[in-house]
Design a protein around this ligand. Sequence first.
Ligand SMILES: NC(=O)c1ccc[n+]([C@@H]2O[C@H](COP(=O)([O-])OP(=O)(O)OC[C@H]3O[C@@H](n4cnc5c(N)ncnc54)[C@H](O)[C@@H]3O)[C@@H](O)[C@H]2O)c1
Length: 370
Amino acid sequence: MRVLVTGGAGFIGSHTVDALVARGHDVRILDSLEQPVHLRGRPDYLNPAAEFVLGDVTDRATLRAALHGVDGVFHLAAYQDYLPDFSKFFRVNAVGTALLYELVVADALPIQKIVVASSQAVCGEGRHRTPGGRVVYPGLRPEAQLAAGRFEIASPDGDGETVWEPSDESVVNPQNQYALSKHSQEQIAIHLGRRYGIPSVAMRYSIVQGPRQSFFNAYSGACRVFSLALHFGRDPVIYEDGQQVRDFVNIHDVVDANLRVFEDARADYEVFNVGGGRAWTVNEFAVIVGRAFGSEIAPKPSGLYRFGDTRHICSDVSKLRDLGWEPKRSPADSVAEYAEWLRAQDDIEDILAHADETMKSLNVLRRVDA
Ligand SMILES: NC(=O)c1ccc[n+]([C@@H]2O[C@H](COP(=O)([O-])OP(=O)(O)OC[C@H]3O[C@@H](n4cnc5c(N)ncnc54)[C@H](O)[C@@H]3O)[C@@H](O)[C@H]2O)c1
């Protein structure tokens, strides 16, 4: 098949491109090499067997040309950040996706499948249960509570704290500009896809880990931040009390999931969670990263928390398992591969300086009142 991968120069995109090429597909990448993701320009890992088109998915003429002669699309290009430029999230993530469907319909393109990248962020705080047994979908925790160093979610019934449960695909509770735009993108793909007979799938990735994840992307999370700290012999900075739960999925498992839904018609018009299949606390994850860098660490809370952070989130991946997919790699596997990649970088001091600067400029870090 001839496959277009938007965002194909990025982390998930480039690995997906490699797998498609290995399976004998003709691949075209459309990527605008966004800053700061590609601070150093075109990455050297781009697959030479794939055609590379520099351009923006929100530009009609560019996207139309990129779609020419294509049978399938992975739509992975996205704006991901914590910045308050709300409209840009919708312009790139939602309007860009609507434009893709608009062109497929307008030009009656014979596209057999579109896979779009959604996010676990769509679930927000996910599903919780109150001590009284009621299922709830909590909103943001109040600032005053976090400043007081109380991190668990208070039951709305006043009977104590809620307990998290795995979130399946029915959970929709987006709480920030990125999550809202990703939910919109998901809805566009599934509903316009079905309406116009364009087989479409939305993938709600959990936290994806592995090599090629940009060092300069503020959104790229604990693996990058902890790895950089440990590489420089510093303690990883643990927000809140480190007892918050996440699920981490390896990039190669994500690629396997992408190919599976691409090739399986049972996936059409469905949303799938793509996660690691189990929950880890941030403290447990810090220990895993420590070991990859040769140190046994005892994580300590930093006294900091991040404005707007999710307390606990873990995806239920049963639906994708039912298609025969299974997460096969552990966070330790992901971190080992990431650490190897990090060590192979030159001018790594710049990376750390950039990471520190970005965090400060975003002004999302807050200190728990003494
Ligand atoms: N990495 C994760 O943990 C994760 C989790 C959930 C969802 N996702 C989603 O998966 C997709 C891929 O994420 P990633 O981690 O590979 O990110 P990435 O930043 O590494 O890759 C995204 C690529 O898209 C390109 N891009 C951005 N805006 C563009 C535009 N307007 N036109 C053309 N190209 C553009 C960037 O240059 C980049 O190469 C995104 O849609 C993201 O929202 C990722």
